[in-house]
Ligand binder design. Structure first.
Ligand SMILES: Cc1ncc(COP(=O)(O)O)c(C=O)c1O
Length: 417
């Protein structure tokens, strides 16, 4: 058996992987037009407006509101719902903190539901168990680019009168039963942060087919300011923030949108190829791999896999370390711990010493964030590793990843008594 690189053996891979993004002439052309126009502000310029129109057309939705980040896009979606302080919002314990911050910022209470052990998305039956008279919305996170099981989530929402926000930050062009994610929930959000399928460095966009939510989303993005109505004085009609995208960002976003289909298609082909190359290790139950099905199409923001620690004598941290030594940039866990164990949440430290919104009279319930709340989530995080996948990878890059994963897996499989 080949000696692992972590034990002094030859690494499978010595060259770095092509992890750069496609940013070049197309972005420059759009940017040049903005600079020449001397107008960097979206109201007065053309690029952000055009980006919103083109994104809405591309996704086949009625409204798209561009903003400064994915966190802002989720905040705008939630703000548009105008929930009462103390409302509960059910979401995933494995996601970026940008899913949770808007809930707290609206003085609402994040309620974490457990996940499916193979797709890492919300388990609909567990959502139903966590619903109370305070529940008003669900934020469904399409983690790593894999779609949540949206039919039962929408059915639960309908039955209990809840809104659904899709967090599509990692899931551009992922599909559920032939529909793109971001077109199923009531109001949905995307991120344009640097690592995402399309990027402006930072940025975001909120989409909806609901005219009233679209109107409120636009107001919330812009301090509640009514624009375009002739008046001698400013009119603010709703609480909101300044989450306006500027023209420079809008210019880059326009160019990036054109590249999006190819980026996703390439990642999809590479991701499915990697799964195929490792299929026998899944059949032996050493690893659990991501894969598209007829109904749920992956878009591979990252390549996640679970190491079956009851069959392989290794932790996910040591597995990731061994893979990294083989020259494969792997991480253990994505986030290391479920978000309900983030210290400031467990200590209810959001607004100074007040313990708001958790002890706000409008909530009137007791909430405790502590380990053990979502057992399947905790098992996932103890076993998952993630490997970057990028549209510039070649077949050889994927083959190297597969070879290294195989080498490490086979080594730890042999360590069994
Ligand atoms: C699932 C998810 N939700 C929310 C966010 C927040 O997006 P941003 O970093 O653009 O604020 C991200 C991005 O990091 C994300 O991956």
């Amino acid at each position: 058996m080949a000696k692992l690189a972590i034990h002094g053996g030859e690494p499978v891979r010595k060259e770095p992987f092509p992890l750069y993004r496609d940013i070049g002439e197309e972005e420059l052309r759009e940017l040049k037009e903005v600079i020449k126009s001397k107008q960097l502000f979206r109201y007065g310029g053309t690029k952000v407006k055009k980006f919103e129109e083109e994104f809405a057309k591309f996704y086949g939705v009625r409204h798209a509101v561009a903003c400064t980040s994915g966190t802002a896009a989720i905040h705008i979606a939630l703000g548009a719902l105008e929930l009462d302080a103390g409302s509960e919002v059910i979401t995933s314990p494995i996601t970026d903190m940008g899913t949770i911050i808007p809930i707290l910022a609206q003085n609402c209470i994040p309620i974490f539901a457990d996940l499916d052990p193979y797709t890492y998305t919300l388990d609909p039956s567990d959502i139903e168990k966590r619903i109370s008279e305070k529940t008003k919305a669900i934020i469904a996170v399409h983690l790593f680019g894999y779609p949540c099981d949206m039919d039962p989530i929408m059915e639960i929402a309908e039955k209990h009168g809840l809104y659904v926000i899709e967090d599509c930050c990692q899931a551009y062009l992922a599909e559920y039963k032939g529909k793109r994610v971001g077109t199923i929930g009531h109001i949905n959000a995307f991120s344009l942060q640097m690592s995402k399928h399309m990027t402006t460095g930072d940025g975001g966009i909120t989409v909806t087919n609901d005219d009233e939510l679209g109107r409120k989303a636009r107001l919330f993005m812009d301090k509640g300011w009514v624009r375009g109505v002739p008046s001698f004085a400013r009119t603010y009609i709703m609480f909101g923030f300044n989450y306006r995208m500027n023209e420079l960002t809008g210019a880059v976003a326009l160019a990036q949108l054109k590249k999006l289909p190819k980026v996703v298609e390439k990642r999809r082909v590479l991701g499915e190829k990697l799964t195929k190359l490792l299929e026998d290790l899944e059949n032996s139950e050493y690893l659990y791999l991501p894969k598209s099905t007829k109904e749920r199409k992956h878009s591979f923001w990252l390549y996640p896999m679970r190491v079956n620690t009851s069959k392989l004598k290794v932790t996910n941290i040591d597995f990731a370390k061994a893979l990294s030594a083989e020259g494969i940039p792997a991480s253990a866990g994505y986030i290391g711990k479920p978000l309900y164990t983030v210290p400031y949440l467990m200590e209810k430290r959001v607004y100074g010493k007040t313990h708001c919104p958790f002890e706000c009279p409008y909530y009137g319930k007791k909430i405790e964030y502590k380990p053990g709340l979502c057992p399947t989530t905790e098992k996932i995080l103890a076993e998952i590793i993630t490997i970057p996948i990028n549209e510039h990878f070649t077949d050889k890059d994927v083959e190297d990843i597969a070879e290294a994963v195989r080498k490490v897996t086979e080594y730890y499989a042999k360590q069994q008594p």
